[in-house]
Design a protein around this ligand. Structure first.
Ligand SMILES: Cc1cc2nc3c(=O)[nH]c(=O)nc-3n(C[C@H](O)[C@H](O)[C@H](O)COP(=O)(O)OP(=O)(O)OC[C@H]3O[C@@H](n4cnc5c(N)ncnc54)[C@H](O)[C@@H]3O)c2cc1C
Length: 402
């Protein structure tokens, strides 16, 4: 892998350069033999191995705060982003496994009681326990507040009923951070649902009443499933934070990890650009190298500039979050720009590879499939646009009249 070109920017300090260097040294040795797994059993096994490997190498400690056995006092979005960018460059499943340990355990880090933290987080950091984040439902994806999964109080317990779908790590996770209604949904006058009355719980995978209803196969294979809760009894101590505060907890979690999705997109796009550059210099046609043609040079220039713009937005958002600012706006801009431009960069790379680029298993064909989902999960591009526009309009409301 080429050195991360932006590492000398003022967004980073020596500790960031060190963690990036460690990841860059580790990845070729541990991920070089990464075979493209397409069948479910192989993907599951590889993800389990990757979680163990990332844990043994100490990288998963960046998903946990120091007070719970993690590497740093607080979540450091720049470290998460650098790790995701590097892992994504080498192996999308490695990036996936790393990201899900963070996303799937952050609700516990942010709102879990001390006993819950000490029960779940050490295993996440060590790579001996696999985490998952269960928010989406068949009728509640972008419109999260429309969720119907219900947790009804029953003595000292809650009884959970409902369905969660598109849950990453579904089927291999040891526990799920599950969001469910603890109060009936209330509608606004326009028919949309208020995001109140939602609570979060940590549910062990082997809890009676929780089952994997279906495994889902996707164009970029990774463990994905629909979960069914049927009279699933969970102790009240498994609740994460106060009752009714679950929606805010989901947003706090996504505020940390949304920028890291942008970083994964950078890793995919940077890999595609590196491959395209190499190919353009070595592929000959009409008596020249592909790189000699100005059309190719123009495409390469646009790819590199797209990538650089996305990089600056991503690490600016990460830096601002680490400086303690609210980054709802910046994270949305970074996620939208990096994922959309990565798709363009990879598509142009594929075009340069011609027929080779669509051969099943070719690195560019793989990237073409891997990058697609990033524009949908953790808020589709359209949702990011709404977040950005709302933030702009709100800031104008507050500003004194010109
Ligand atoms: C591979 C994969 C992994 C996932 N992992 C997880 C996970 O681990 N945990 C979890 O909880 N969820 C997960 N999800 C679910 C993901 O978060 C949802 O798919 C996403 O939020 C979109 O919801 P939806 O699929 O229901 O699409 P819908 O909500 O039906 O939206 C469909 C499309 O409508 C458009 N749209 C949305 N809102 C608007 C709007 N206001 N105006 C105009 N257009 C709009 C967008 O283009 C969007 O893609 C995963 C999904 C995938 C595909």
């Amino acid at each position: 892998m080429e050195p991360l070109a932006h590492l000398d920017s003022p967004f980073f300090d020596a500790a960031h350069r060190e963690i990036a260097a460690r990841a860059r040294a580790w990845a070729p040795e541990h991920l070089a033999e990464a075979v493209r797994c397409e069948d479910r059993e192989a993907v599951d096994a590889r993800c389990r191995n990757l979680v163990q490997g990332l844990g043994s190498a100490g990288f998963l400690r960046y998903c946990i705060r120091a007070e719970d056995g993690g590497a740093l006092p607080d979540f450091d979005v720049r470290s998460l982003a650098l790790l995701r960018e590097t892992l994504a460059w080498h192996d999308p499943l490695a990036d996936f496994s790393f990201a899900m340990q963070g996303l799937g355990s952050a609700p516990i880090s942010l709102a879990g009681s001390p006993p819950l933290k000490s029960r779940y987080l050490p295993g996440v950091a060590a790579g001996t326990s696999i985490a998952a984040f269960a928010l989406s439902e068949p009728q509640a994806g972008s419109d999260v507040a429309a969720m119907e999964c219900f947790a009804r109080p029953s003595g000292a317990d809650y009884v959970l009923d409902g369905c969660k779908t598109w849950i990453s790590n579904g089927g291999i996770a040891d526990f799920y951070c599950v969001f469910a209604r603890t109060a009936a949904a209330q509608s606004r006058a326009d028919g949309s649902t208020l995001a109140q009355g939602i609570s979060a719980f940590v549910v062990d995978a082997d809890t009676p009443g929780l089952r994997i209803e279906a495994r889902i196969d996707s164009m970029s294979p990774h463990p994905l499933a629909t979960l069914r809760f049927s009279s699933c009894r969970i102790a009240a101590e498994q609740r994460l934070g106060p009752e009714g505060e679950g929606f805010k907890l989901a947003l706090r979690t996504l505020d940390i990890f949304r920028t890291s999705v942008a970083a994964a997109a950078l890793g995919f796009a940077r890999r595609a650009l590196d491959e395209a550059l190499r190919h353009a210099r070595t592929r000959h046609m009409f008596g020249h190298a592909l790189a000699d043609f100005q059309l190719t040079q123009g495409a390469l220039a646009e790819m590199a500039t797209d990538l650089q713009a996305a990089t600056l937005l991503t690490y600016h958002a990460a830096w601002r979050r680490d400086e303690g600012h609210n980054v709802t706006l910046e994270a949305a801009m970074a996620k939208m720009t990096a994922t959309e431009s990565a798709q363009r960069v990879i598509d142009r790379a594929l075009q340069m590879f011609g027929g080779r680029g669509v051969e099943r298993g070719h690195i560019i064909e793989r990237l073409y499939r891997d990058v697609r989902v990033l524009r949908i999960y953790e808020g589709a591009t359209e949702v990011q646009k709404l977040i950005i526009a709302r933030a702009l309009l709100k800031s104008q409301e507050k500003a004194p009249d010109a």
